[in-house]
Write a protein that binds this ligand. Structure first.
Ligand SMILES: Nc1ncnc2c1ncn2[C@@H]1O[C@H](COP(=O)(O)OP(=O)(O)OP(=O)(O)O)[C@@H](O)[C@H]1O
Ligand SMILES: [Mg+2]
Length: 246
């Protein structure tokens, strides 16, 4: 089912002129009993439409927390997050779910494929949920584009790590999100599979999709147009990058 436009809260005015993603002085504190972990302590960043931004930083520096917040999957403790003109930090779950389904695709560390569905069925699923009539055909097309078309009938356990990752990307982009968030997309992959995934990402970016990818891998970072360094929950440095084609 497509999100209904009638009951949808309005985006803030002049949304198209604003950066596509605005993270403004965001704090995130995890509380478990008496233990508090400050995962983000005043993180700020913006992403313009069409950018390919890579976020790098040590383990535990807050990268996944930041992506989850941009994706509307987690609350902020303080601060403001705007995506596609919608103020996510101050929105209810209904609005966040709408922004996610209409504007954002996500590929996160946890494998998000349904184990008992084939690759093609996995990719088709979000399109069926959105009411697209061409879900099956488009799923095959996306798998072809990502170089895993021959594997369309395989379940996740019958796929290699690199193939699974590409199926997960196909699933995330199925509904043509404007923004793709990726957490260690190429984490376990060898160089060849990493390059195949990166080629697919570069092609999406060339067609206008905005990319925000967390990685430890310098092969990935080299493809970005900008690299953000995060340390202890703070974005310390924004570095223009080359956006290498290979
Ligand atoms: N649900 C949670 N409850 C409590 N603490 C958490 C939770 N999620 C993350 N943390 C803590 O918040 C900090 C930031 O975690 P986060 O997962 O954002 O790091 P990361 O940069 O993604 O690390 P990695 O590179 O290892 O994936 C860490 O100290 C982590 O232990
Ligand atoms: Mg992480």
């Amino acid at each position: 089912m497509r999100a209904q436009t009638t009951s949808m809260p309005r985006a803030v005015p002049a949304a198209s002129l604003m950066p596509f993603v605005i993270v403004d002085d965001v704090f995130k504190v995890y509380r478990e009993g008496d233990v508090e972990t400050v995962a983000l302590r005043g993180a700020s960043m913006t992403v313009q439409r069409g950018e390919f931004v890579v976020i790098v930083g040590r383990s535990g520096s807050g990268k996944s927390t930041l992506l989850n917040i941009i994706g509307g999957l987690a609350d902020t403790t303080a601060g403001r997050v705007t995506v596609a003109g919608f103020d996510l930090a101050r929105s209810d779950e209904e609005l966040r779910a709408m922004v996610r389904s209409k504007h954002i695709g996500m590929v996160f560390q946890a494998d998000n494929l349904v184990p008992f569905l084939t690759a093609e069925e996995n990719v088709a699923l979000p399109m069926q949920l959105a009411g697209r009539a061409d879900a099956g055909r488009r799923a095959r097309h996306l798998l072809d584009e990502l170089g895993v078309g021959a594997r369309h009938g395989h379940r996740p356990e019958q796929l290699s790590g690199g193939e699974k990752q590409r199926v997960a990307i196909a699933t995330a982009i199925a509904n043509e999100p404007e923004l793709l968030l990726g957490d260690e997309l190429t984490g376990e992959l060898d160089t060849m599979n990493t390059d195949a995934v990166l080629d697919a990402l570069a092609a999406l970016n060339a067609r206008g999709m905005t990319l925000v990818i967390v990685t430890h891998n310098m092969r990935v970072a080299r493809r970005a147009t900008r690299i953000l360094h995060i340390k202890d929950g703070l974005i310390e440095e924004s570095e223009a990058a080359h956006g290498d084609k290979s």
